[in-house]
Design a protein. Sequence first.
Lengths: 239, 377, 464
Amino acid sequence: MEQIEIKGLEVSVNQKKVLNGVNLLVQRGKIHVLMGPNGSGKSTLANVIMGNPKYTVNAGSIKFGDEDILKLKVNERAKRGIFLAFQEPVEISGVNTMNFLVTAYTNLKGKNPELRKEITKKMEELNLSELFLKRSLNEGFSGGEKKRFELLQVMLLKPKIAILDEIDSGMDIDSVRMLGEITKNLSEDTGFLMITHNDHILDHIKPDIVSIMKDGKIIRSGDYQLIEQIKKEGYGKLI
Amino acid sequence: MKSKSEPDWLLGYRKEEKEAADKLNLEDRKIFLKYLERENELYFNELQEKSRELDNLLYYDKEAFKDKLEIKNIKDLEEKPEQFYKFKDKDRIEALINSNFEEGIIITFKDNIDINKPFTIKQAVNSGRKITKIILVIGKNSKIYIDNEVDSSKNAYSGQNIYIVLGEDSELNFMLVDSSKGRSITNLNLITKGKVNFLSLLTNEKIGRNRLWINMLEHSEVNIQQGLIGNGESYFDVESEIIHSEKNTNSKLDYKAVLDNSSKAVYKGIIRQEKQATNSYAYLSEHSLILDKNAKSISVPSLEIETNELKAYHSASSQPLDKEVLFYAMSRGLDKNAAVKMIVTGFIESVFNKEENATFIDALKNSIENKMEYLSN
Amino acid sequence: MEKIEFDYSKYDFKNSTAKYKIIFNEGLSEEVVRDISKLKNEPEWMTKFRTNAYKFFVKRPVPEWGADLSKINFENITYFARATDKKTNNWDDLPDDIRETYNRLGIPEAEKKSLSGVEVMYESEVVYNSIKKELEELGVIFCDTDTAVREHPELVKKYFGKVISPNDNKFAALNSAVWSGGSFIYVPKGVKVPMPLQAYFRINAANMGQFERTLIIADEGADVTYIEGCTAPVYSKDSLHAAVVEVIAHKNAHVKYITVQNWSSDVYNLVTKRAFAYENAFVEWIDANMGSKVTEKYPSVYLMEPGAKSNVLSVALANKGQHQDTGTKAVHLAPNTSSVIRSKSICLNGGRTTYRGLVKVKKGATDVKSSTRCDALIFDDFSRTDTYPYMEIDEEESTISHEASVGKIGDEQLFYLESRGLSELESINMIVLGFIAEFVDELPIEFAVEFNRLIKINMEGAVG
């Protein structure tokens, strides 16, 4: 089964505990929404799955299929098909955006003579100007453009599991609608862990599973109904 | 005259320092040697010694500081105090002051004190010379304010070496205002484990040499705000060196200078980060406003970095008075001098953080205002 | 620019060195200086220039403000020799690291041998002649400086040693006394040279002298780009390289001078480079220092007349055992002049970089604009980077700014790239190449490709 299985995950950063025993299952082909108040540990979880060295794993496991991925380097996790769309993508001066895309793609998927064409086509879909390809990576991109550029990478690299860390924040209404459609289309082949604060995106996709996180733990999981409940009552009653 | 009652260790020390002075350069860094000017005015041997009483040097609220400090005359000590070993002379003038000081004091502030009334060290010289050596020892978990005022009259000479050791979890707020009409030298050396806010304003009219040296130990924090106003023929030789010796140290230095007439300032800002200074941050900014064709500014904002676990940044600029701003001010009815005064005052004042101690900020504003009077004449 | 059939490796001055077969004994004296001049059949004024310079060389102290030069032994240096005699005769005699670098830079077999001095390879006559003809038609003089002294004495005499006096510093004095080789370029009024002129690419680089002397004159409205150096490490038996480069850009002229320095790691590279920019002229120094044990080099522009502009872009990389002490000087002597300085430095494995620069504004040089930006990357805690930007402003009506930053590669940047499947080394390479991208953009494409490879080879030690 191509899935990420997290068990009893405990994580700290700068000697401070931020995850206190997280259990979660993200399956390929399904959309999993993760919600929760600010500071509940959602972004930490995303970063730890991808292997950000800033965080220390104290206990628990993350398996991708049968493999324990905690031992793997960041790029090895990427090669297994895990992808993280960053909440705040970093800017890297002088690194040409097109060059970056081609390098990343070739590294993961091998040579593709049609790649450049494909990139421009997808950028058109995302309403991203081709001019971005000439710029430095993420430099001079607006907040929303950075997010759409992350989405472009999901579309190109077609990961098995894509973690979208608040990709909808900073996006305008049209972009959020577009995000919904794209996620829906890709979800046949990709599993999504979508971290969000925002109900809007939930008007455009129908998640298979919804989990709520608080104080470094998953405190509730359920299906779509849970969202309706949150919309009506807020987090307050649930937690 | 060195009094006959001086202990042997002190006589020996004076001799050693004299020998050290012969060996040392006027600049401890070769890279700055080319900017050395008016060397002879830095020495003080041609002037008669003048002895002064301690009472003329220290001013403080006796009630507030009661039982909180201990003041000792260095000449009364039977042994060489340990603080003498903590600091090494960096240049010839520092060694000469150590060799020739007329007044030497060690002030020890106790642990766990918090006094917001400033302790004032007033180096006022009406004639001749005044050479002072002051050691301040501040204990742990204390917070104090020190106000150092320097004023030498036209033909007088002021020379002071100040050495400070600041303990853990302590906070030192230090203000130096030098408005000397004559020659003035200050060497301020500080070893810190705590937090330092250092504010200085130099408005010397003749020649001012001001050297600040701070050695930062683990978890210390330094915030330096320096303002300088030069007019007439005043000459400034200013060096601020911040050494990040240990990890988790943060420093920030802002310097702003205004130079008018034929004044000249050499500003040497150095940030040094040693290998052990991991997880440290340093920021240095120097900005000069040049008001006259004959004014001159030289600056060397240097970085010396020996670790990769740090961030260091500096910026520097030099520019003329913004004519648009001047035009705007004059269009509101100010005459040119008044407009310049307003703009310059704002420029210099902005280097000092308004959140600092109100007494300090008032004193600084006053001094700036007094200095800017020269435009009215 | 139109791409012509111009292989950078194919341009040589084959007449220049063939005559001198004598190697002087090590060590220097006025006698040796005279003999050099005599052997070259130089006119009296040049002999005088040399002996005069020799006196300055003796008098001048070794500079102490920069890198450690105390280990240079002037007695152990061969001051004049036929270039090829200095090379090894056997490919296998080359140090392993240099041989390996040649392989990994992808340098063709034939060129490798030539670089190492095993074989001397001459340029294709056809290419050489076509370029020579094209330049001649334009009235451009491009030859080695020895030839220029013989064939264009009036031009040489007018400009030689005028930008950099023999007494400028100890190493300029040394060069003035014993110089040999180097390029001479004269571009007449209004002529724009359509291709970058390149004297020492690869093959010729191996034959480059230790004391070459280059003089470039761009007459009014002329435009020329000159490239020197090469990406392959230049192996030398002698440990001192002291060149002098003088550039004169007359009214409205544009001169762009590109250097990639990659001397082998035992060489002291002490070079004086200076340009005079006259009314509305524009001078650019594009300078990379990758090799050598110690480099002290501060390409300068003296902005002599109103409207002159300068642009200096430099990259320095200091790996194990290297000290790159580099920077630039912009001396504003006239109103309305402007200068832009950008410096990028990288140090790792105990290497040391120093930025030492000067922006000077003379009194009367009103409305000057100058901006400097220095960025340093430091990889570990036994490397070191220093920044000493001197700013001497004597004129109120000028706007000068300076910015500098030092730091390591950002963890978050590495994480981002690694999360896209790049290894740590690939990510570091990508970030470092981005860091110096502005510089690489200035290089001709063949050069740029090799330069990137060279950076990557240097970065291999950066991953713990």
